[in-house]
Design a protein around this ligand. Sequence first.
Ligand code: ZN
Length: 203
Amino acid sequence: MDELPEFGMRVLEVLRQPLEDKVVTISRARGASSFPANFMLVGAMNPCPCGYFGDPIKQCSCSSAIVTRYQKRISGPLLDRIDIHVEVPRVDFDKLADDRLGEPSVKIRERVELAREIQRKRLEGTEMTCNADMRPTEVRKFCPLDDLGKGIVRQAMSQLQLSARAFHRILKLARTIADLSQESDIEPSHLAEALQYRPRRWN
Ligand SMILES: [Zn+2]
């Protein structure tokens, strides 16, 4: 969903149920029906209507009230259900003109497939196939933390005022980051990376 805030709040709020339960319930006068709705949401948005809020070079032409109203179109509960938030700042010329290429997609794909395989094996015998599917019971079983890890999460929970939902999502994401580097335990660095992907309001 490109330009996420443009979809309107009512449309966006309806996404909350399928994002959480992977089903969508349609209610009509004659009754309600639930349908499977398992999908991966990928969305992009600007920081403000003109697109330059927070830009180090070009000045934003929006009033602060407009910026706030724009950002508030994505509600806290919806933000809470998105696992990975990444800010994409302006790329400077030196980086664009650099001849060195990043890691090729083929290599990354291999790593992802391996991580998926690890997850399939871990969840064998259940109807779940990947970390995102895990319920609190599985999170407790497969995402144990050592004392250092527990301390990091405890601090983050109070500093970022995280919900119980966010807590589980962070653990699942940390588990995936560990799987991608083929580590059997969730290390503090995996947790720290997962925490970096929590939403940050610009203002
Ligand atoms: Zn602006």
